[in-house]
Design a protein around this ligand. Structure first.
Ligand code: COA
Length: 230
């Protein structure tokens, strides 16, 4: 079960109003733990509910994501920091793969040794934020047909989240930007699992299939994808 913790967390603003996330505020993410193998460290940080300006919110999300990532790195015995690429891509220490996501009052991060996985990707979404108007943009015709056949109001949000998780796996491997239509997702709803493949022009790069799991709980969807070694 995914249990996004939306309780007020130990994030606070300093007197200048700058958000502060204490390194010790990260805790093991039970939701991600349920989706991933035990070899993957998974942490979350809750953000104080508040009504910040977009800039303050963005800084708080960034710091919370980095605090969760630092905890995940420490968990796998790596003393290092996650840098920031020019395209916002997180730069993990050598020999480590990982991923970061944030949504509302929750930030999550995962990390694992690169000997275990070629890539990891995580995503958390508030289903209320995935408007039906994006359906035609996010879903390929095949996915739309599957959604119409099976129904389920959360499906659009699940596919949305899974595509972001898969994109985060491929981005460092392929070094290309993929559009929604370039990714095709197949869900196994009884198992809460998925596979994702690149179907657009970038398929010529022979990207590996991303495998993963997802869960929906309390109006949120949490997904995690990975590319294994070998
Ligand atoms: C990666 C991306 C999908 C994340 O979207 P988002 O709405 O910001 O969602 P999340 O909160 O889940 O993820 C944010 C984190 O993803 C990570 N991220 C950003 N770009 C990334 C990339 N290219 N590869 C892997 N991870 C990336 C960052 O750690 C970021 O958090 P930070 O900036 O605080 O460090 C988006 O930023 C992006 O690059 N989109 C361009 C391509 C696209 O939209 N394609 C269609 C969707 S598949």
């Amino acid at each position: 079960m995914v249990t996004p913790d939306t309780r007020p967390g130990p994030t606070r603003a300093d007197p200048a109003g700058r958000p502060h996330v204490a390194p010790h505020s990260a805790r093991v993410s039970s939701g991600l733990r349920a989706l991933l193998s035990p070899s993957v460290a998974a942490y979350e940080v809750s953000l104080l509910p508040s009504d910040p300006t977009p800039a303050v919110r963005r800084e708080a999300e960034f710091r919370a994501g980095r605090a969760a990532a630092a905890a995940a790195l420490a968990d796998i015995g790596v003393d290092g920091q996650v840098g920031r690429g020019t395209d916002r891509r997180p730069l993990w220490p050598s020999g480590v793969v990982g991923s970061i996501s944030h949504c509302g009052h929750l930030a999550v991060a995962v990390a694992a040794p690169g000997t275990a996985f070629r890539a990891l990707g995580v995503d958390v979404e508030d289903l209320g934020d995935v408007d039906d108007e994006v359906r035609a943009v996010v879903l390929t015709p095949t996915e739309q047909a599957a959604l119409e056949a099976t129904g389920g109001s959360a499906l659009l949000g699940i596919v949305f989240s899974v595509k972001e998780s898969a994109y985060k796996c491929w981005s460092p491997l392929l070094d290309v930007t993929l559009d929604w239509a370039d990714i095709e997702v197949t869900l196994d709803r009884s198992a809460g699992s998925f596979t994702a493949d690149v179907v657009g022009p970038s398929a010529r790069l022979r990207p590996p299939t991303v495998t993963g799991r997802y869960a929906v709980h309390r109006g949120h969807v949490l997904s995690a994808g990975w590319v294994g070694q070998g």
